[in-house]
Ligand binder design. Structure first.
Ligand code: SF4
Ligand code: SF4
Length: 221
């Protein structure tokens, strides 16, 4: 024989459990929370507002922002035009033209290296693929332009980055190696503040060229 399912009438139950005290206390508890938050905000005890662009959140060191092409000590690009990054790129947005390097120890260098920043999905695969630490990422996110052409960044744009001190370095898997060759010097007070929420742009000094020479490194070992 088929069993009749038990029906629970929630309206009846609510009516049974309702009381005048609950009706009054419920909204009062909510109002107390609202007023507490309002007073905290008005007195500056809690201030969730970031005064952008003067203040910015301190994004993670692994943030994947706009790319940086790193440089050798002589200022030339570290890139050896091996196409590893372009091959790994899922958005097909890296274009490289190689040339013969004058130094016989370095086979090639890029005569043209372009990243289409509008196609890029900032996945960092190019950084992972690079065997030379020649491409790393910054924490720069404010990429704006007056025309489509300006969104295709060439070697100069990727290497000379006057705005970098404002944002700092981002994703670079071989962090210790890259940082050991960087003049990235957050002042003492900023180091403390970086541990918190907000960083001010004028407090960070950085020279954007990475000058790591694997030949010299292997000689040292
Ligand atoms: S971050 Fe990703 S999408 Fe952008 S250039 Fe590198 S591999 Fe391509
Ligand atoms: S950036 Fe790195 S992976 Fe890309 S071509 Fe240059 S050396 Fe190769």
């Amino acid at each position: 024989m088929k069993k009749t399912p038990k029906v629970v009438n929630v309206a009846d139950r609510a009516r049974e459990e309702a009381s005048v005290a609950k009706e009054i206390l419920g909204p009062l508890v909510g109002m107390k929370l609202t007023l507490t938050r309002m007073v905290e905000n008005m007195t500056g005890k809690v201030d969730p507002t970031i005064r952008y662009p003067e203040e910015r959140r301190a994004y993670s060191d692994r943030y994947r922002g706009a790319h940086i092409l790193t440089a050798r000590e002589d200022g030339s690009p570290r890139c050896v035009a091996c196409y590893m990054c372009a091959t790994a790129c899922p958005a097909d947005c890296i274009y490289i033209e190689p040339g013969e390097h004058p130094d016989p120890l370095i086979e090639k260098y890029p005569t043209r290296f372009e990243i289409d920043m509008l196609r890029c999905v900032f996945c960092g695969f190019c950084v992972d693929a690079c065997p030379e630490e020649a491409i790393i990422m910054s924490r720069e996110t404010e990429i704006c332009a007056f025309g489509r052409g300006e969104t295709i960044w060439g070697i100069d744009r990727l290497m000379k980055r006057p705005e970098l001190p404002e944002f700092g370095l981002g994703y670079r898997p071989n962090k210790e190696l890259v940082d050991s060759r960087l003049a990235f010097v957050p002042k003492e007070k900023v180091q403390k503040r970086l541990a918190g929420r907000v960083t001010m742009k004028e407090d960070v000094e950085m020279i954007p060229h990475v000058t790591f020479d694997p030949l010299k490194e292997s000689e040292k070992r």
